[in-house]
Design a protein. Sequence first.
Lengths: 86, 362
Amino acid sequence: MCLAIPAKVLEVSGDKARVDFGDGVLREVNVSLVDVQPGQYVIVHAGFAIQVLDEKEAEETLRIWQEILSYGEEDAEVQVQGQRAS
Amino acid sequence: MLKFRYRDRELAKRIIDKLRQMKLNLQIMHVCGTHQDTIVKFGLDSMLREVGVKVIAGPGCPVCVTTAREFEEAVALAEAGKTVAVFGDAYRVPGITKSLAQAKARGRDVRIVYSIEDAVKLAAEGREVVFMAIGFETTAPSTAVTLLKEPPENFTVLTCHRYVPPVLKAILEMGEVRLDGLIEPGHVSTIIGVKPYEPLSERFKIPQVIAGFEPLDVLMAVYMIAKQVARGEARVENEYTRSVRYEGNTKALKVIDEVFEPVDIEWRGFPVVPGSGMKLKRGFEEYDARRRYEDELKKVQEMPYVKPKGCKCDEILRGLKEPADCPLFGRACTPQHPVGPCMVSIEGSCAIEYKYGRRRVS
């Protein structure tokens, strides 16, 4: 039920957007709950986009994990805590 | 695709190694069926158990926590000649006398929809349509937005929406299960943000981590909880920053507040949970199926409900039992012939266990 799937926004027209779920499936979804531009990724739940995915944040998260897990140093840990506080 | 990078085996192995070094003995609950799916699908539960972490499922499946009486209300409306629109996930869940699927087999008009907007389209064709609105904060905004747009007057909503934080509080207050940490649901949190969890960590001294749904998200959440436990901390961390902002989705929260207000409501397996139901506010009564069809629904309130014999859904939803502990699992209860909702919903613990082939332990 809370299953939600990322999709790429192709075009926006008012409350509606055409999105690509990545497997060639194009669908129209309601985007009235988000502010979104074509080219961005949204998370879609029950026909509604509920958030715009932050791609930079996604990359950054992976980078920080790599750091923590490579060295296990508290320095890297501090960075992650700081980021989480935002 | 980014998705696959969140499945990196090397990183997963490193997290498990770190956890092993910590010599843990932890029990952590998550409250999201999609987390359960990730955990079982990728075998994370057995990997984690080997390093001293047991992850259990709580009341995280909205279809499962909806009561038999609420399903019976939808059945009664179908039997009274209304068109009942419902998410496919809830179609086969037994009410008190039967499921919506069984009502349909007897000629009633029950439609599976992907979105509330599909249900509104059905109403535009002129029939009386009742949408069974199941779901947590993730789904409620779509109901709210739709009602704010003034759908046709022959459209009503049977609201079964629920807020998640009150049930977390109820679980912690009940204290039936030992919990060293909570993994919070990423998509509910996408809407509500980080703040609603903070009072729980303060009051119950429990670490919480909001997590996404890829294997690394879940493993990292466990690691973050383990770190907090090791340091004697109890706070809310957000692992799923690519979707969850501190303040949540403010647009979505605003429409929920415009349309719904908290009400005490029963959850399957739980007593009444204060302030956990979403009731339509004044001004939206005309769309309230319980109000419009009060007479048709009266008999449902008076019906005695006897829990199916042997069914362990209640205990599973409270984190006390697992599907394999249920004598009906995979025998009398299967996805084709479900006895309880946990075997119906794609987010139900039993359906997930069954789907990935772990049908019986003995």
